[in-house]
Design a protein around this ligand. Structure first.
Ligand SMILES: *Cc1c(COP(=O)(O)O)cnc(C)c1O
Length: 366
C-alpha cells in the first residue's frame, strides 16, 4: 500500500533534531511568546519576502486576525473563491462581513480575475485569493484590480509556502498573507499553528495585539482581542523543519514532473503550472469525469488518494447555497478532482507505481 501521505517518515528522519529542539524549550520553560517564536517569525518573514511575521494558533486564526486587523466587519463584502478549503470563507463570516463567491479557473483552481472584477461592488472591502494546492493565484491582475479601487488583498497562502509568482514570493503581493502549519501542510507543525505575514507596520502591530488579548503592553488592554499564539514547542519544531523546506519542495516538484511525464495522453486533467507561477505542489491534483470510480480502483491497486474538496464552499451545509449555475467550475471541480500521493519522502519506485496504477485504472475506465 502506498499511503496518500505519511508524516511518520518525515519525523523518523528528523527525530534527533526535533527531540533536541523540544528539550531546549523544556529546559528554558518559556512556552508562550518567547525567543523560538520570535526567531521563526523573522525567518518566515524573510522566506515570504516581507518584514513582519506574527505567529498565531492556526491558519484559520491567521485569516480571521488579518481580516480583523483590516477592520473588515458587518456591512462589508469580501470576495472569496467558491472552491477552496472552507476556512477561506468561514473566517470572513466570523468578522460579520458577507462573503461574495467567485468561480475559479478550471486549470489552476485560482480566482479568475475577470470574475473578481464583475463581483466588485461599492461595499467590497477585501479579496482573498487562495493559492490552492500550492499554485499561486494570478497576483499581478488581482493586485492591480484591488489597488485601483482601494480594496485590500488577503492572500490565503496556507497551501503555498515557498511558491512564487513572477519570481516574487506569494505572501508579498497582497496587504497581508496567512500561513498554516497544520501537520500535513508543506511546513507542518506537530499540532496546530499559523502565521500572519505582512509588510505593513500598522497591520503587524494590530495582529500582534489582537492575538494576545488586545494587550497594548503591561496588562493594558486597548481593544477586544483573542488568545491565539503559536507556542514555543511548535515554533522550535518548525525551525528544524524549515531548514528542509527547500529540498522538500524540490522533491515535490520532481514528483510532479514524473507524474506529468507518465500520465500524459490519458483522459485525465493533470496538475498544471501556468507561467509565471512557481507551484509547490502541496497537492498533486488530477481530474477525471469518473473520479469516484478512479479513486476506488486506485484503492484496490494499493494507492491512497484524497479528494480536496468534495463539496464547493457555497454548497457546504453551513451555507446551503445551490449555486451550480453561478459557479459551474467550482461544482465541476468538486465532482472531478482527485489528489495523488505527493510528499517528499516517497521513493522513486513508489512514484512509478502510482503512475502505473493511474494508467491502468484509466485504461479500465475507458
Ligand atoms: C489549511 C487551510 C486553512 C486553515 O488552516 P488551519 O491551520 O487548518 O486552521 C485555510 N485555508 C486553506 C486554503 C487551507 O488549506
Amino acid at each position: 500500500m502506498i499511503p496518500f501521505v505519511d508524516l511518520a517518515r518525515q519525523h523518523a528522519a528528523l527525530k534527533p533534531a526535533l527531540m533536541q529542539s523540544l528539550e531546549r524549550v523544556l529546559d528554558s520553560s518559556r512556552f508562550i511568546l518567547g525567543e523560538q517564536g520570535a526567531a521563526l517569525e523573522r525567518e518566515l518573514a524573510a522566506v515570504m519576502g516581507v518584514r513582519h511575521g506574527i505567529g498565531v494558533a492556526s491558519g484559520t486564526d491567521a485569516l480571521r486576525l488579518a481580516l480583523a486587523a483590516l477592520r473588515v466587519g458587518p456591512g462589508d463584502e469580501v470576495i472569496t473563491p467558491a472552491f477552496s478549503f472552507v476556512a477561506s470563507t468561514t473566517t470572513i463570516v466570523m468578522t460579520g462581513a458577507t462573503p461574495v463567491f467567485v468561480d475559479v479557473d478550471p486549470a489552476t483552481y485560482a480566482l479568475d480575475p475577470a470574475a473578481v472584477e464583475r463581483a466588485i461592488t461599492p461595499r467590497t472591502r477585501a479579496v482573498v485569493p487562495v493559492h490552492l494546492y500550492g499554485h499561486p493565484a494570478p497576483m499581478d491582475a488581482i493586485v492591480d484590480l484591488a489597488r485601483a479601487r482601494g480594496i485590500a488583498v488577503v492572500e490565503d497562502a496556507a497551501q503555498a509556502i515557498g511558491a512564487s509568482y513572477a519570481g516574487r514570493p506569494v505572501g508579498s503581493w497582497g496587504d497581508v498573507a496567512c500561513l498554516s502549519f497544520y501537520p500535513t501542510k508543506n511546513l507542518g507543525a506537530c499540532g496546530d499553528g499559523g502565521m500572519v505575514v505582512t509588510d505593513r507596520d500598522d497591520l503587524a502591530e494590530r495582529v500582534r495585539r489582537l492575538r494576545h488579548h488586545g494587550d497594548a503592553g503591561r496588562y493594558r488592554h486597548a481593544e477586544l482581542g483573542w488568545c491565539s499564539r503559536l507556542d514555543e514547542m511548535q515554533a522550535a519544531l518548525l525551525h528544524v523543519k524549515l531548514a528542509h523546506l527547500g529540498a522538500w519542495t524540490d522533491r515535490r516538484r520532481a514528483i510532479a514532473g514524473v507524474y506529468a511525464a507518465r500520465l500524459g495522453g490519458l483522459p485525465l486533467g493533470l496538475a498544471v503550472e501556468r507561467a509565471p507561477a512557481r507551484h509547490v505542489y502541496h497537492l498533486y491534483t488530477v481530474r477525471h469525469p469518473q473520479r469516484d470510480a478512479l479513486q476506488t480502483m486506485l484503492a484496490d491497486l494499493g494507492i491512497g488518494t484524497a479528494v480536496h474538496y468534495p463539496i464547493p464552499v457555497p454548497a457546504q451545509p453551513l451555507f446551503g447555497i445551490d449555486g451550480e449555475r453561478r459557479w459551474p467550475e467550482a461544482w465541476r471541480a468538486a465532482r472531478e478532482v482527485l489528489s495523488l500521493p505527493c510528499f517528499a519522502e516517497l521513493t522513486d519506485g513508489e512514484v512509478e507505481r502510482v503512475a502505473a496504477a493511474v494508467r491502468e485504472a484509466c485504461a479500465r475506465l475507458r
